[in-house]
Design a binder for this molecule. Structure first.
Ligand code: RB5
Length: 151
């Protein structure tokens, strides 16, 4: 069963500057953070940290993952290679909200070189505080899953 109060987190050196604020924000909201690194600001490879964070979502160890790199793009590219992951790279909270409501996204990616910390925390809240609407959106998400299954 998925742990609804656990969030997987990963960043590379490009996202490290925001890590402490995001983790503190999640914890202040009662979430447990499963930290997949990076643990220092040293250069590291975003695929190496994004993959295990996403696998934690697929396995149910975490409800969602939040991935931060310089732009959010590398993280989202990696995440969307993993079966069962629907990752959205966002830079404002409207998209972060709608990607939960319409796409049933389970991974939020963003870039610490693109947005400021206040926007990042707003997006985290928008993502966590909205549920998938289902209905016609469920049919579309099912089509994404069909495409994924075709490889
Ligand atoms: C690292 O320099 C940078 O390429 C990375 O953080 C990310 O932006 C990749 O998409």
């Amino acid at each position: 069963m998925t742990d609804n109060k656990t969030i997987a987190f990963a960043c590379d050196h490009g996202g490290f500057s925001m890590k402490a604020a995001i983790v503190a924000h999640l914890e202040s909201r009662g979430y447990t953070v499963r930290d997949f690194g990076a643990y220092t600001a040293e250069r590291c490879e975003y695929p190496s940290v994004a993959e295990p964070a996403c696998r934690a979502v697929v396995s149910g160890e975490a409800r969602f993952a939040i991935l931060v790199c310089g732009t959010g793009i590398g993280m989202s590219l990696v995440a969307n290679k993993i079966h069962g992951i629907r990752a959205a790279c966002c830079s404002e909270s409207y998209s972060a909200k709608l990607t939960r409501m319409h796409n049933d996204a389970n991974v939020l990616c963003f870039g610490a070189r693109v947005i400021g910390e206040a926007t990042a925390l707003e997006m985290v809240d928008a993502f966590l505080d909205h549920e998938f609407e289902g209905g016609r959106h469920a049919e579309r998400v099912a089509k994404i899953t069909e495409i994924e299954a075709r490889g």
